[in-house]
Design a protein around this ligand. Structure first.
Ligand code: CA
Length: 220
C-alpha cells in the first residue's frame, strides 16, 4: 500500500517515513500544497495523511480539490487544530478521518489500517487458500507455517491477496508497493516476486502471465 504524507514539519515527516516503512507501507512526501496536488495527479495512492496548515495552501482546500477531481483516495487529516468546528469541517470537506496532534504513532497506524480495511470488507485477516495475512500484526502464514517476509515482499503479497485470480502488472505493483524514488525500469518487482516465491516454497502460487504480470492462484 502506498501513502502520501502531506506535511511541512520535517521532524514529523522523518518519523512518519521511518515508522510507516517499517509497517510495510511505501511512502511519498509532499512538503507543500502544490507539490501534494501534483503528486496526487501523477500517482495512485491508497491513503493520504494530510496536514491542515501547509505552505502554499491549506488542507481543507486541497481536500476539496481532490474530491472535486473525482479522486476517492482515503484521507486522514492530521493537525494541531482540535476545535470541534475544524474537525467537522474536515470531515465535511471529504476527509475520512481526523487525528489531532500530538498523536501516538500506534493510533495513527491503527486508523490507517482501519481505513484500508474497507477495501477488504472490514476484516484485518485475509485468506486465499492456505495463505493467510493478519494485517494488524503483519503476520503471514501458508498452511499454518509462518513466513518471515521483508516489507516489500509483504506489500506485494498483500496486494496480490486483495486481487486473487486477477492479473496484476509490474507497473501496478510498483505504483502501490514502492515509492516515487524507484526507477520504473528496475527489475526490483521481478526480484521481489522471485524471493517471495522462494519463501512460499510453492512455485505455482504466484503465476507469471507472460507480458502482462502476475496472478495469485485462486484456491480450487
Ligand atoms: Ca503544518
Amino acid at each position: 500500500m502506498r501513502l502520501l504524507v502531506v506535511e511541512d514539519e520535517e521532524d514529523l515527516v522523518d518519523a512518519l517515513r521511518v515508522g510507516l516503512a517499517r509497517a510495510g507501507y511505501a511512502v511519498d512526501v509532499a512538503y507543500d500544497a502544490p507539490a501534494a496536488q501534483e503528486k496526487l495527479q501523477v500517482n495512485t495512492y491508497d491513503l493520504v495523511l494530510l496536514d491542515l496548515n501547509l505552505p502554499g495552501g491549506d488542507g481543507f482546500q486541497l481536500c476539496r480539490a481532490v474530491r472535486a477531481a473525482g479522486n476517492g483516495v482515503r484521507i486522514i487529516m492530521v493537525t494541531a487544530r482540535d476545535r470541534l468546528d475544524d474537525r467537522v469541517r474536515g470531515l465535511d470537506e471529504g476527509a475520512d478521518d481526523y487525528l489531532v496532534k500530538p498523536f501516538a504513532f500506534p493510533e495513527l497506524l491503527a486508523r490507517v489500517r482501519a481505513l484500508l480495511r474497507r477495501d477488504t470488507g472490514g476484516t484485518s485477516v485475509l485468506e486465499v487458500g492456505e495463505l493467510r495475512i493478519d494485517t494488524a500484526r503483519m503476520e503471514v502464514s501458508l498452511g499454518g507455517r509462518a513466513l518471515a517476509l521483508t516489507p516489500k515482499e509483504y506489500g506485494v503479497l498483500h496486494y496480490l491477496m486483495t486481487r486473487p485470480g486477477h492479473v496484476v502488472s509490474s507497473e501496478e505493483l510498483l505504483e502501490h508497493v514502492w515509492d516515487e524514488h524507484t526507477d520504473p525500469f528496475t527489475s526490483t518487482v521481478r526480484v521481489t516476486v522471485g524471493n517471495l516465491r522462494r519463501k512460499l516454497q510453492e512455485d505455482g502460487l504466484i503465476e507469471t502471465v507472460i507480458s502482462r504480470g502476475y496472478r495469485l492462484r485462486e484456491p480450487a
